[in-house]
Design a protein around this ligand. Sequence first.
Ligand code: GUN
Length: 292
Amino acid sequence: MESRKLSGAVVRDAVFAELSAGVASSDCQPGLAVVLVGDDPASRVYVASKGKACDKLGFHHVTHRLPVDTSESEVLDLIDSLNTDQDIHGILVQIPLPGHISEGRIQAAVDPRKDVDGFHPDNLGRLLAGQPRFVPCTPKGIVEMLRFHEVDLPGREVAIVGRSVIVGRPLAMLLSLKTVPGNATVTLCHSATRDLASVTRRADIVVAAMGYPGGLTREHIAEGAGVVDVGINRIDDPAAKKGYRLVGDVAPEALDGWASAYTPVPGGVGLMTIAMLMRNTWDAMQLQVGGS
Ligand code: GUN
């Protein structure tokens, strides 16, 4: 089977072009603050790529790198000061946080109007109510990518594997909204799902968001289905320049030559996450300067 590779780069480029034009014609510069606690290597790479995207688009950005033993109240104090900083329109606290810090308390402390991650209960509640404001970047990026590549959704069966607050749960909400794109029939699968393959094989589109490589194989995916691979996993590879390479959550055998269309890793959903973060930061600035 001929498989269509759904590029994230072309969609990211289109979003960046639109945002660059917006910045060029705006009196105000969008500002993003990123908070990184500890030195998780993958998080350091993500945070650096967010800074590069801000530079490219002409956004103001500040990264606060805090030691791993920073207390929860110190992080909360920093968030308080960012909440009132007029130059900062978006605040992102990189997840995962060290175990002694409650992610829920930190996320709830961010001013919901600056919550470009969409993790504040207020923003998650709006999504559930069908009135989304800030939507988590990865699910928002997946929907944008499917829309751009004209993947048909209404009435189709989508199986999402993984129920995280970052990806699976908000994606299930978005895809089932009575909007375009949306109107899909969504099944949210997780670690307690019985006979996962029998559920995912029924789907027109399978979304792999469980967070480990090789989690889905041909056994899980009907030939000719679409596959969205959200995973970004590092695999040791002495032949690679960095000593590792990135792979998704889906085994390669279930993608090229098997799926009708799939998102590659790297070059797929990961690029969309950053693009949507930039768009959310732009929208946050509009919301704050517009004063509503
Ligand atoms: N860690 C992995 N993905 C994300 C994300 O979208 N936002 C934040 N803050 N942390 C993450």
